[in-house]
Design a protein around this ligand. Structure first.
Ligand SMILES: CC(C)C[C@H](N)C(=O)O
Length: 434
């Protein structure tokens, strides 16, 4: 890393250390992307610690409920500590039966938001805001929704980057208890080249993965040229989206490892643990409806609503979304000066596609050409079933790329997911209001 970048990174880490008294592994891994880290920390600090509609312990309890939907013990434990530190009632940590009804009422929206946000309707919102003494005010509800979406998405980042719990010398078994997917966070933070590690465990040689990279760059170039030549018709574009959406449902992610559930003690914070992202294709009775992005965009609708009800969070989130969307170093593994816009768009839009969100000016044929199968498996797992992510999945795509680039991928997935959840929830709130 260049001296400049390194300085910036160090400064930011020092600053974070002095404000929060710790440097967790999330921060360390994210510090590979300092600019992003800054806006991430700013918005997180705001929603957790600054003036806002919800009392502090509530915020941490909501973070716990959100992270528990994905059995993310790492985040759960972190916020259990914070919950107690901010004066939360210890009894609540026994599980959902011990919390006030009002908080319990968030279960349903937590569950839908995490796994099938398209099912959220204005009726869900109505129920929450009109239940007599247990009602939520709209600002409180928006604060809660932002926290839920943030922590669902962060769980994706944690599993996607293989972040392990920090070792705590005081609790001898605290570490073992929650080690789930055994990545080495130190490797990530140092951005060692993954070449050696991943190649020995796979059947491919360096030559194959090199030509994989060349082929990808070739496809990007060709798509760029084609784009300048002809434009597909509206119908053709719509068909391509539907095709990609349908196919995404067929992408098979790792089988569920039961061991993981039984070793996790976080299930007491959730209801209906079996509820997950729907494998529509197999069941067939429900389909994933299409959300036309231009009818309800973050920029024109979501942003102003969220900002009005919970002031300034809109700006912070907006800055973060823009940051991640535009983040680039113009590199592709060892190549420099490459315009990677197309590839980064494909990643972001593919996540939205899995949530049924369609941009009618985007050609989903690009997703199909740029994202290979193993990458799609990784994306779907990290976004929809993060707890199932394995190191093998992480290693199996883009074998020439650096760790920092795979962390970059994770940032895109995380933010796209957060935005998708927010869009559905905010649309329901708007409908409730009109
Ligand atoms: C996710 C990666 C393909 C991003 C790329 N390294 C860039 O700087 O744009």
């Amino acid at each position: 890393m260049q001296a400049n970048g390194l300085n910036e990174r160090t400064n930011l880490l020092v600053e974070e250390y002095s404000t929060s008294g710790r440097l967790d592994n999330i921060t360390q891994v994210m510090s590979l992307h300092t600019q992003y880290l800054e806006s991430f920390l700013r918005s997180q600090f705001y929603m957790l610690r600054m003036d806002g509609p919800l009392p502090l312990p509530y915020r941490h309890y909501i973070a716990i409920m959100a992270a528990a939907r994905h059995q993310c013990s790492y985040l759960v434990n972190m916020h259990v500590d914070e919950f107690l530190k901010t004066g939360g009632i210890a009894e609540w940590l026994n599980g959902l039966e011990y919390i006030p009804q009002r908080l319990k009422n968030l279960n349903e929206i937590n569950k839908l938001l995490a796994h099938r946000p398209w099912l959220i309707t204005k009726e869900h919102i109505q129920k929450l805001v009109k239940t007599g003494e247990n009602n939520w005010s709209l600002p409180e509800l928006v604060h809660a929704v932002v926290l839920l979406a943030h922590y669902h998405a962060l769980a994706s980042f944690v599993f996607g980057s293989g972040i392990n719990p920090e070792r705590d010398p005081d609790t001898s078994n605290g570490f073992r208890l929650i080690a789930v997917n055994k990545f080495c966070v130190c490797d990530l933070a140092n951005d060692n080249n993954i070449e050696n590690a991943s190649l020995t465990s796979s059947n491919f040689g360096i030559a194959d993965s090199l030509s994989e990279l060349e082929a990808l760059m070739e496809r990007m170039k060709r798509l760029q040229e084609e784009k300048e030549e002809e434009e597909a018709s509206q119908e053709e574009m719509a068909t391509r989206f539907e095709k990609e959406k349908k196919e995404s449902l067929l992408v098979v992610t790792g089988a569920f490892d039961d061991e993981m559930v039984s070793t996790s003690d976080v299930s007491r914070y959730i209801e209906d643990p079996g509820f997950g992202y729907k494998d529509f294709a197999r069941r067939g009775e429900e389909h994933l409806p299409t959300f036309r992005a231009q009818d309800y965009t973050w920029e024109n609708h979501g942003f102003s609503l969220v900002n009005r009800l919970y002031s300034d969070i809109g700006h912070l989130l907006d800055e973060k979304f823009r940051m991640v969307y535009n983040l680039t170093y113009n590199t592709m593994a060892t190549h420099e000066d490459v315009d990677t816009t197309m590839l980064r768009r494909a990643l972001f839009n593919y996540v939205h596609c899995m949530f049924g969100i369609r941009y009618d000016d985007y050609d989903y044929g690009e997703v199909n050409q740029l994202l290979e199968r193993s990458l799609k498996v990784y994306i779907k797992t990290v976004t929809c079933y993060p707890e199932r992510t394995t190191k093998r999945m992480y290693d199996s795509y883009w074998r020439q790329f650096k760790h920092s680039e795979k962390v970059h991928v994770n940032l895109l997935l995380m933010e796209a997911r957060m935005q998708a959840e927010l869009l559905y929830a905010l649309r329901a709130i708007t409908r409730h209001l009109t």
